[in-house]
Design a protein around this ligand. Structure first.
Ligand SMILES: [Zn+2]
Length: 131
């Protein structure tokens, strides 16, 4: 995975921030979507996913049914999909657990974005990677 830069719409950005702040101190998961139908290519839609991990403070897990639903609703031929998850108290750096957690589903996504709240809700930091 290599670092990437992406553009988010203001509403999608706010929804992702709200979700990560509400979920803290647990990690939240979501998707940022952009349709090929309406360029310019800004990620304009945020969708919440459930974090199905047992230890949600430090890890995330996606359930199979969420992934199947995703494939049907947002085919890659029409949508770019960023997988989003939060690091409530850690820097926005991919962990070994993140890489393992995405091993089976990475082909579903165009990239991934981590939002870190380690410096507080007012100072979120981000990292984005292309798959
Ligand atoms: Zn992580």
């Amino acid at each position: 995975m290599r670092p990437a830069t992406v553009q988010l719409s203001a509403p999608a950005h706010q929804q992702l921030l709200d979700h990560s702040q509400t979920a803290a101190p647990e990690e939240c998961c979501g998707l940022l979507l952009r349709s090929h139908a309406n360029p310019p290519l800004v990620y304009h839609t945020y969708v919440k996913l459930q974090n199905a991990a047992t230890n949600r403070t430090h890890t995330f897990q996606l359930e199979q049914h969420q992934l199947i639903d995703l494939v049907y609703r947002y085919p890659r031929s029409k949508w770019d999909i960023l997988f989003v998850h939060s690091h409530p108290s850690a820097p926005p750096v991919l962990s070994q657990a993140d890489i393992q957690g995405l091993a089976l589903s990475s082909s579903l996504f165009s990239g991934l974005l981590i939002v870190s709240l380690q410096h507080g809700n007012e100072h979120p930091t981000y990292a984005c990677y292309e798959v």
